[in-house]
Design a binder for this molecule. Structure first.
Ligand code: ZN
Length: 126
C-alpha cells in the first residue's frame, strides 16, 4: 500500500507550510490526483486518517480531486480520454501517445483557519 508513504511525504510538505502559519489550524487539503497515477483515492483517504489520528492534523479533511487521464495522439493529433492506459489512439490505433494530464499528484490548495488556535475548544484528549 504505497498510499501510506505518499501521505507521509504529502504531510511533510503540509507541515512546512503550516509552520509559517503559527497558531493556525488546517481545515482541508485539496489534492489533485490523476487517474493514471496508480493512486486509489479511497485508500489514500484511509491512509490519511490512519496517519493523522492523534496528530496535529487530526480532523483535517482530505479532498481528492480526480483528474481524468487524457492523451494526445502524435500521429493524428486527436486528444482523448484514456479508459485503459494500454490501448492506443481510438482514431488511428497509433501507440505514439503523449499524456496531457492524469498523472499528477499535487497539493492544489490548503484551507487554513488562521485564528483556529485557542485552547478553549475541542479539548477531547483521551
Ligand atoms: Zn491517432
Amino acid at each position: 500500500m504505497h498510499e501510506l508513504s505518499i501521505c507521509q511525504s504529502m504531510l511533510g510538505i503540509v507541515e512546512k507550510t503550516m509552520a509559517e502559519h503559527t497558531g493556525a489550524r488546517l481545515l482541508r487539503i485539496f489534492l489533485d490526483v490523476g487517474k493514471g497515477s496508480t493512486i486509489e483515492p479511497v485508500l489514500l483517504r484511509e491512509a490519511f486518517e490512519v496517519i493523522t489520528t492523534n496528530g496535529p492534523f487530526e480532523g483535517t479533511e482530505l479532498v481528492v480531486n480526480e483528474i481524468p487521464l487524457v492523451g494526445r495522439c502524435r500521429a493524428c493529433g486527436r486528444t482523448f480520454e484514456y479508459q485503459e492506459i494500454a490501448l492506443g489512439c481510438p482514431e488511428c490505433d497509433s501507440v505514439d501517445i503523449e499524456i496531457e494530464s492524469g498523472l499528477e499528484l499535487a497539493i492544489r490548495e490548503l484551507e487554513i483557519d488562521e485564528d483556529g488556535a485557542g485552547d478553549s475548544h475541542g479539548g477531547e484528549t483521551v
